[in-house]
Design a binder for this molecule. Structure first.
Ligand code: ZN
Length: 369
């Protein structure tokens, strides 16, 4: 299986956010990653030798660990979403090739050698990583350092034919993008981006913030994918979370509440994540790229919550049918709706091109006292 054998159909599908990672072997994903670098013209633009690219990708693959979530498949998905967003938002005509290379390569490297335990654990358990990086984004600093360790090997160095100046630019950009994936900085980065939205201009250097946002969106985009792609990922994530909280309990460390198997349920974890993290980020990005409203992103993912709707409910008249969701854009309102004695819902406003709108409810199973 080589990049030459990838059909035109697969090449086109690879450019969309509905791509299904579960249908591909790891060896095939490596080839698909080559296709991404090729079809964005990186090989010609940066004089990357195909062999160096293959070596680089293989080393990246080897440096992802066999853990439930932050593994090579996650790396592939994030890179593929980045790639899909580049095509969907026509960034090839808006940003420089160097910026695109920074974003795609950052997505590829953003979780290298992830140990399966998050920063809070690293700091509480005083691991080597926390000591080395003084508790400041220990994981993200590590992912980035591993990436440049791989690039330091001459046979893997896809940047070797670039000028010193270009190398510096790419290194600086990748460091910024990878460090931006620390979720504890989520609000800081989102707010900075929000503030510059009204005066956004692709040619202004300050607006490189968009590159961080693009990598962040790609990183947490599982829930924006079709249901059959997104669902298994949630199981992987919860498995990794539960591993961590089990270890924390065993070692007498503080237990992270959203990782506690006694406290977390599948719908509840997903609902608050979509509401508080993913939707606000996606909403900002859609202001800049209205075309995202018409894309396949998100329209299938929210109904997961609706299908998990309260089984106790007698009259929840707000519930929209799956078919009516196609082609709408969502904003979550603050309005809580009592569904029954056990469940509440959050209202979601759906609009299409600001014309039609109606409300449905995102359910959350929660004991009401
Ligand atoms: Zn990630």
């Amino acid at each position: 299986f080589s990049s030459l054998q990838v059909t035109e159909e697969v090449r086109e599908h690879l450019k969309t956010p509905t791509f299904d990672n579960w249908q591909w072997e790891e060896a095939e994903m490596l080839v698909l990653l080559q296709v991404m670098y090729t079809d964005l013209d990186f090989l010609t633009a940066f004089q990357i030798e195909p062999e160096a690219l293959q070596n680089f990708l293989f080393e990246v693959y080897c440096h992802y660990n066999n853990i439930p979530f932050h593994n090579f498949q996650h790396c592939f998905c994030v890179t593929q979403m980045m790639y899909g967003l580049i095509w969907l938002t026509d960034l090839r005509n808006k940003l420089s090739r160097v910026d695109l290379l920074i974003m795609l390569t950052s997505a590829l490297c953003h979780d290298l050698d992830h140990p399966g335990y998050n920063n809070v654990y690293q700091i509480n358990a005083q691991t080597d990583l926390a000591l080395r990086y003084n508790d400041i984004s220990p994981l993200e600093n590590h992912h980035c350092a591993v990436a440049f360790g791989i690039l330091a090997k001459p046979e893997c160095n896809i940047l070797k034919n670039l000028s010193n100046e270009q190398y510096k630019l790419i290194r600086g950009g990748m460091i910024k993008c990878i460090l931006a994936t620390d979720m504890s900085r989520h609000n800081e980065i989102l707010n900075k981006f929000k503030a510059m939205q009204p005066v956004f201009n692709f040619t202004n250097k300050e607006h490189k913030e968009l590159m961080k946002i693009m990598v962040k969106v790609s990183d947490i985009s599982n829930e924006a994918r079709p249901m059959e792609v997104a669902e298994p990922w949630l199981d992987c994530l919860l498995q990794e979370f539960f591993n961590q909280s089990d270890t924390e309990k065993l070692k007498g460390l503080p237990v992270t509440p959203f990782m506690d198997r006694d406290k977390v349920s599948k719908p509840s974890s997903q609902t608050s994540f979509i509401r508080f993290v993913l939707l606000p980020l996606f909403t900002e990005l859609t202001k800049l790229f209205p075309c995202l409203e018409d894309s396949d992103l998100f329209y299938e993912s929210l109904p997961i919550d609706i299908s998990e709707k309260c089984r106790h409910r007698s009259e929840a008249s707000f519930v929209a049918t799956l078919s009516s969701i196609q082609g709408f854009y969502f904003t979550v309102t603050e309005t809580k709706v009592r569904v029954c004695d056990f469940c509440i819902g959050y209202q979601i406003k759906k609009t299409k091109q600001n014309k039609q709108s109606f409300t449905l409810v995102l359910f959350r199973r929660e004991q009401i006292k």
